[in-house]
Ligand binder design. Structure first.
Ligand SMILES: *Cc1c(COP(=O)(O)O)cnc(C)c1O
Length: 398
């Protein structure tokens, strides 16, 4: 049997889906067994569908409880959450922000939305996240210190933050990255859009992704582990960032029974109540989803065990991934892209809609002139990765 057909057979054997005719997507929303209808009815009957209402604060409380963050601010999407987080830590026009090239385009776009520029630094192969070594090396290579501020001596621009990404839910080497950020005095914003439920263990306690840096962000887009239709959140332990995030995302209106007094130029970024209602219903079932996703990961792992050209990527030893997307890595050294493309092609014909990892951001037209360090590991890894169908409902018991 052709290699790519063998892979597709193994994928089919790993998942439970009676009717493959409709197609199998990477990650689909799942509401069965939740209180979603009751909560939505409550919004509609009470008229509280828009930018305030009880589900918004309830959703924020559930996020705080689940992640352990002191503050959670729900906003309209993950991109907006990132833009607001970057603004809060001080990113302004003409600054540079360090990010890995292997991410969804929103990581770079949020920087551009503030008039700033992404500056790309390489990843490491275990977590697919920003490499702490490459980060430190790049800062050593390009930084000129002026007082406490860091400038890229090649561009003359201020470097004002670092944004690692927890790719596909795999926690990045965040303790090491944090240490480097502290050493250089750089704010750390974690793009945890894909990592709700992912944790790192240190000193016998676990810390949720997004809670290491100054601010973390989450996304509740339709394909994420839980969805509010569209939505996102900032999480932080910093009281000032927490209250400013809420203030700036609600048009900077100062609370008053009737006056429209706004003390800053704010945004209209708050998550509507009707979206938050979806979020509350899903947070209540999150643990069972996470369990199902771990089961799915081990089913894939077992079913691919004997194929030496393939690795199912697993969490690092001190980490727990939410396994948002299970990722297959092609291990060989020749014709990797050709093999990957033939797997993708044949899978799509069989209506299993596998996806490669993203095209590296530094090669997209709007980012190809960006400053970047050596990106050889990102280039190497991006050719090898295929994301597998990862919806929790693909496991028998849901
Ligand atoms: C989904 C995602 C975002 C953006 O979230 P939206 O809610 O779609 O705006 C940002 N970064 C990463 C890595 C993502 O996967």
């Amino acid at each position: 049997m052709k290699f790519s057909h063998k892979i597709i057979e193994r994928i089919k054997n790993s998942i439970c889906k009676k009717d493959i005719e409709e197609g199998i997507y990477l990650h689909e929303p799942f509401f069965k067994g939740s209180n979603v209808n009751e909560y939505l009815n409550n919004c509609i009957e009470s008229g509280w569908v828009s930018s305030s209402g009880k589900f918004v604060s309830e959703f924020e409380n559930l996020i705080k409880e689940f992640t352990g963050a002191k503050y959670a601010i729900a906003v309209t999407n993950g991109t907006v959450a990132l833009r607001l987080a970057l603004y809060l830590v001080g990113v302004r026009t003409n600054n540079e922000v360090i990010i890995p090239p292997l991410s969804f385009v929103a990581t770079a776009n949020a920087i551009s939305h503030l008039g700033a520029y992404p500056h790309f630094v390489d990843i490491e192969s275990e977590s697919l996240g920003l490499s702490p070594e490459a980060l430190d090396k790049r800062l050593n290579d390009v930084v000129e210190k002026r007082g406490k501020e860091l400038f890229n001596k090649l561009s003359g621009r201020k470097i004002s933050a670092v944004v690692p990404v927890h790719v596909f839910g795999l926690p990045a080497k965040i303790n090491e990255i944090k240490e480097i950020c502290l050493k250089w005095g750089l704010p750390l914003v974690e793009d945890s859009a894909e990592a709700l439920g992912s944790k790192v263990f240190s000193d016998s306690k676990s810390i949720h992704c997004g809670c290491f840096g100054d601010i973390g962000i989450l996304s509740f887009n339709g394909n994420k582990i839980i969805t509010t239709g569209g939505g996102g959140a900032l999480i932080t332990n910093n009281e000032e960032y927490g209250s400013l995030a809420k203030h700036l995302s609600t048009t900077a209106k100062v609370e008053h029974p009737w006056d429209f007094y706004h003390d800053k130029i704010g945004w209209n970024d708050r998550l509507p109540n009707i979206n938050a209602a979806l979020g509350c219903a899903q947070m209540e079932n999150l643990n069972s989803k996470l369990e199902a996703k771990r089961t799915l990961h081990s089913l894939f792992k077992n079913n691919f065990q004997d194929i030496k050209e393939i690795e199912i990527i697993k969490e690092a030893h001190n980490c727990q991934s939410n396994y948002w997307l299970v990722t297959l890595r092609l291990m060989g050294n020749s014709n990797i892209e050709k093999i990957r493309n033939s797997i993708l092609h044949n899978a799509h014909e069989a209506k299993i809609f596998l996806r490669p990892s993203w095209i590296l951001l530094n090669t997209l037209p709007m980012y190809k002139k960006s400053y970047s360090g050596d990106l050889s590991e990102a280039i190497n890894q991006s050719k090898r990765l295929i994301n597998l169908p990862s919806s929790p409902q693909l496991v028998n018991h849901l």
